[in-house]
Design a protein around this ligand. Structure first.
Ligand code: APR
Length: 309
C-alpha cells in the first residue's frame, strides 16, 4: 500500500508537532522542509527513533531541498515567524509575507497536484497571498484558523460549565485574529445552545477568553506562540482531506458572495475531502452575526491591501 505524502514546510514548533501527530495517527508519510540546515533532518531522525516505541507505520524525513517534497498530496505551510508577547498576528505581516510567497512557489512547483493548507500568521492574509502566488484553484488552497479558534471556545465552555469536552460543540468563524466571530447560538453543551444555558455576561466572558486564547498562551510562553492545539487542528484537517471524509470543519476558505462577502479568505464551515474544499456552508446567521462576519472580512481586506495585493 502506498501511503499519502504530506510535506510540512517549516519544521519549527507547529510544523514538527504536526508531523509527529500525523505519524502517530498513521495518516501519511511526512517530509519536513526548512531553511535551517540540519534541524529538519535532526527532528526527523528523532521521530524515526520513536517509531519502534510508538509503533507507527509511516516514515518521516527532513530536508532543505524542495526536490524531496515532490509529488506530495498535501502541503502544510508553517514557515514564518511566530508572535512574541505584545505582538498581534498582523505585526507578522511583511516578514511572513515574503516567506510565504517563496515557500508556496517552491512547494507548488514540486507538487502541482497538492492540496495546500496554510497555517502561517496572519492566517487569512497569508492564505489569500498563497492563493494569488500559487495560481491554484481556491478550493485547493485554504487555511487552518477556525478549527483552532473553535477548540479554544470549546475549552472556555468546558472550564465554565464543567461539562465533558465530548458534550461540547463550539463554533467560531471569521478572521483568525481579534476580529474573530465566536457563535454562541451555534455552540452547544449536550445539545443546548450556550445562549440558553448561561447568562449573557458569562457568554461574553467566554467569547473574550476565546478571542484572546492565543495571546494568553503567548504571554505565558514568552518565546513563541501556541503549537500543540494548532498542530492538532492541522492534523484534523489533513485527516479529513486524505480520508476524503467530507467532514465539515471551520476552514479559512475563499468567500465568493457567501455571507455577503466577496474575494476574502475567512473561516467558515466547509466540507473537506480529497479534492480540497467540497462546499462552503451558509449558516442561518442573524443580522448581528452577519455584521460581525462582514466587519471581520473588512479587517482582513485592509491587511491584504497593506501588503499591496
Ligand atoms: N523556508 C522554510 N522554512 C522557513 C523559512 C523559509 N523561507 N523561514 C522560516 N522558516 C522556518 C524557521 O526556520 C522555523 O523552523 O519556519 C519555522 C517556524 O517555526 P517556529 O519559529 O517554531 O514558529 P511556529 O511556532 O512553528 O509558528 C510558525 O505558524 O501558528 C503560526 O504564528 C505562527 O506564523 C507562525 C507559524
Amino acid at each position: 500500500m502506498t501511503r499519502p505524502k504530506v510535506t510540512v514546510v517549516g519544521a519549527g514548533q507547529v510544523g514538527a508537532t504536526t508531523a509527529f501527530l500525523l505519524l502517530q495517527k498513521g495518516i501519511a508519510d511526512v517530509v519536513m522542509v526548512d531553511v535551517a540546515e540540519g534541524m529538519p533532518q535532526g527532528k526527523a531522525l528523532d521521530m524515526m527513533h520513536a517509531r519502534s516505541v510508538e509503533r507507527f507505520a509511516p516514515v518521516v524525513s527532513g530536508t532543505n531541498d524542495y526536490a524531496d517534497t515532490a509529488g506530495s498530496d498535501v502541503v502544510v505551510v508553517t514557515a514564518g515567524l511566530p508572535r512574541k508577547p505584545g505582538m498581534t498576528r498582523d505585526d507578522l505581516l511583511s516578514a511572513n509575507g515574503s516567506i510565504v510567497r517563496s515557500v508556496i512557489s517552491s512547494a507548488v512547483e514540486a507538487s502541482p497536484e497538492a492540496i495546500v493548507l496554510c497555517v502561517t500568521n496572519p492566517l487569512d492574509v497569508m492564505t489569500y497571498l498563497g492563493w494569488k502566488v500559487s495560481g491554484l484553484p481556491s478550493g485547493r488552497i485554504f487555511g487552518m484558523g477556525g478549527v483552532l479558534d473553535s477548540a479554544r471556545f470549546a475549552f472556555a465552555i468546558a472550564e465554565e460549565t464543567g461539562a465533558p469536552v465530548t458534550d461540547i460543540e463550539a463554533l467560531v468563524v471569521g478572521a483568525h485574529g481579534d476580529a474573530m466571530v465566536p457563535l454562541p447560538r451555534f455552540s452547544t453543551v449536550a445539545g443546548t445552545p450556550l445562549t440558553e444555558l448561561l447568562p449573557a455576561d458569562r457568554v461574553e466572558a467566554l467569547v473574550q477568553r476565546t478571542v484572546f486564547g492565543g495571546a494568553e498562551v503567548v504571554a505565558l510562553l514568552k518565546t513563541g506562540s501556541a503549537f500543540y492545539a494548532p498542530a492538532a487542528s492541522v492534523a484534523a484537517m489533513v485527516t479529513a482531506i486524505l480520508g476524503d471524509t467530507g467532514e465539515t470543519l471551520p476552514s479559512c476558505v475563499l468567500l465568493e458572495g457567501h455571507y455577503g462577502v466577496d474575494d476574502v479568505y475567512l473561516s467558515v464551515p466547509a466540507s473537506l475531502g480529497r479534492e480540497g474544499v467540497r462546499s462552503v456552508a451558509e449558516l442561518p446567521l442573524d443580522d448581528a452575526e452577519l455584521a460581525a462576519v462582514r466587519a471581520s472580512a473588512a479587517s482582513v481586506r485592509e491587511a491584504v491591501a497593506a501588503i499591496g495585493l
